[in-house]
Design a protein around this ligand. Structure first.
Ligand SMILES: [Zn+2]
Ligand SMILES: [Zn+2]
Length: 404
């Protein structure tokens, strides 16, 4: 083979590689501290500042109570009943006014939370169930009470009022992954916090009162029961077999008919024992990818693409946007065999019927799934996903806090 030809091929390969694996773009972060101490983090271009008259966070009676019969903590958060719901739009969107007024949406630009246009933003919830400076418990002498120490943040995926992971642009989904990574890294660095959970409740069936594309991040000062159990299962598996249970689960999924999509970094599949009819887990293939902060640029890019693909399949399953709960499960401290996963639990089992977590599930945590996981996977495999361009992704560059 002529030398020139090899060199030419190598040059073409380099050009090709630079097209498919560009460097992530810088995403500047600007933090505003509001009069009540709550922070708004703006990612990308800064187009305004919080209004001086922004509503303040009111102290509430939030606290934890321990149920002695199950030795588990229950969070009491009475103020949550006063959370804002969508108000009636003041017009149809053809009359000038802020998007917040047009859509009757408190999360749109011009609303009480974000007075200005933004690309992505995170703000501390005005009605938190957990706080870093929680109020004192009703009776400090009673050990069944504890303070609700933690955080509740709201993550704005985009300023656009409509959209979901299937319709957000590659740039927007890449930005969401970068924002998650930035916030979770900072929360994990706080040793008062034992677990950090980004999630999205999508659709009225899930109790999401606002359709504006957004998620939340909760952090807790103790491991929630289900997380504790999962960490224990990994420890037990390691002690029993000397190997990583998560790696074995991924190998099993890849060899199964339940795999819906796979790339070198992620498996997307219906798990072997799902609790929900169309439950899908997006799992990091690489051992050591335990949290968002562990991901390489290529893994982050592929994650954004994988999430887009799952939700596009969900929306193609029936003739509507499928409601779902989506949780990002990062490794608790010390859980070395934990692989980062994003898990989606849609409650629908058919076009019209939803699975309700009813008596048996609620009383016992024994879930009864009336669908065959292999059939659910086949249904999802049958939904076409339109290929889309990859975005290089983002790395957050934090700026100084800006008080006002
Ligand atoms: Zn909105
Ligand atoms: Zn592993």
């Amino acid at each position: 083979m002529p030398v020139e030809s090899v060199a030419g091929r190598n040059a073409r390969a380099r050009i090709h590689a630079s097209v498919i694996a560009p460097e992530p773009l810088e995403l500047p972060r600007t933090t505003f501290v509001q009069p009540d101490g709550r922070r708004i983090r703006v990612y990308g271009e800064v187009r305004g500042a919080p209004a001086p008259g922004a509503p303040r966070s009111e102290p509430t009676a939030l606290h934890l109570r321990r149920d002695e019969l199950s030795a588990t903590w229950i969070a009491i958060s009475p103020a949550r009943n006063e959370r804002p719901h969508r108000s009636a739009p003041t017009d149809t969107g053809t009359v000038p006014g802020s998007p917040a007024e047009r859509y009757g949406c408190p999360l749109c630009p011009g609303g009480p939370e974000l007075a200005f246009s933004y690309e992505a933003a995170v703000f501390e919830n005005r009605f938190p169930s957990f706080a870093l400076a929680p109020p004192e418990v009703p009776d400090p002498s009673d050990a069944r009470f504890a303070r609700s120490l933690g955080t509740c943040e709201v993550v704005m995926f985009t300023e656009r009022h409509e959209g979901n992971f299937a319709t957000l642009t590659p740039e927007e989904t890449g930005r969401v992954v970068a924002v998650w990574r930035d916030r979770t890294s900072e929360l994990w660095a706080d040793d008062r916090l034992a677990y950090v959970l980004p999630f999205e409740n999508r659709g009225e069936e899930i109790g999401a009162t606002l359709s504006h594309p957004h998620g939340q991040i909760y952090a807790f000062d103790h491991l929630p029961p289900w997380i504790e159990r999962r960490a224990a299962a990994l420890r037990d598996g390691r002690a029993r077999t000397g190997a990583c249970v998560s790696c074995a689960v991924i190998a099993d999924e890849l060899a199964s008919s339940r795999i819906v999509h796979a790339d070198p970094h992620w498996t997307v599949g219906v798990p072997f024992a799902p609790r929900w009819p169309f439950e899908v887990h997006v799992r990091a293939v690489r051992h050591g990818a335990r949290r968002l902060a562990d991901l390489s640029a290529a893994e982050s890019r592929a994650l954004a693409g994988a999430l887009h693909g799952v939700v596009e399949r969900y929306n193609g399953l029936f003739a509507f946007e499928l409601p779902y709960m989506m949780v990002v499960q990062e490794a608790p401290r010390g859980a070395d065999d934990w692989h980062l996963s994003v898990e989606l639990y849609p409650p629908h089992r058919s076009e019209r019927l939803t699975k309700i977590r009813a008596s048996v599930e609620t009383a016992t945590l024994l879930f009864i799934n009336d669908t065959l996981p292999e059939e659910s996977a086949a249904r999802l495999q049958g939904v076409p996903v339109v290929p889309r361009e990859e975005h290089p992704g983002f790395v957050v560059v934090a700026g100084a806090d800006t008080g006002r």
